[in-house]
Design a protein around this ligand. Structure first.
Ligand code: SME
Length: 155
């Protein structure tokens, strides 16, 4: 997959005056157009409440709107400060299932320097759906989102 165009769109939205909120929504909606991606969402980190909260998503409803550090794939990525590419979610002990159909999951952190601002979470109904190139492509989007979130803070 190629996210170059999407990153450009997000940048154009920023330049035309949009704040991060609609830019986060556009990123999720656009990523969800990829066939292999069954569920796509952005979680943001709430430092005060010490948890991730689900900002927006495309896909089945989920019970996991709030996730604490260490919980599931999302909370583990947050705690470790690392992306997670899980080829088979049935092998994850503390997995938080959004739907029984999900087979694999990719979590890419939205980071500004060492600070974790949130993450892009993608589920697939296919096993091992995510290649290294997918992670890199999604990382480009996550980095752009980090930039616009930080810019909001300064305004
Ligand atoms: N599967 C994630 C939770 C998010 S839902 O899939 C939407 C996890 O284990 O952290």
């Amino acid at each position: 997959m190629d996210t170059t165009e999407l990153v450009k769109d997000l940048q154009e939205m920023r330049e035309s005056g949009h704040l991060s909120d609609p830019i986060l929504r556009r990123a999720v909606r656009n990523l969800s157009e990829e066939d292999r991606f069954g569920w796509v969402g952005v979680y943001l980190w709430d430092e005060e409440k010490n948890r991730l909260w689900l900002h927006n998503y495309v896909g089945e409803p989920t019970e996991h709107a709030l996730i604490e550090p260490g919980q599931g794939v999302c909370g583990t990525a947050l705690e470790k400060g690392e992306n997670m590419n899980v080829p088979d979610v049935s092998e994850v002990e503390n997995y938080l299932a959004c739907s029984p159909d999900v087979q694999s999951e990719l979590v890419v952190l939205i980071k500004a320097g060492d600070e974790v601002l949130g993450q892009i979470d993608i589920d697939s109904d296919e096993k091992a759906a995510f290649a290294e190139e997918d992670e890199q492509a999604v990382q480009l989007v996550a980095d752009k989102l980090a930039e616009v979130i930080m810019a909001d803070r300064r305004e």
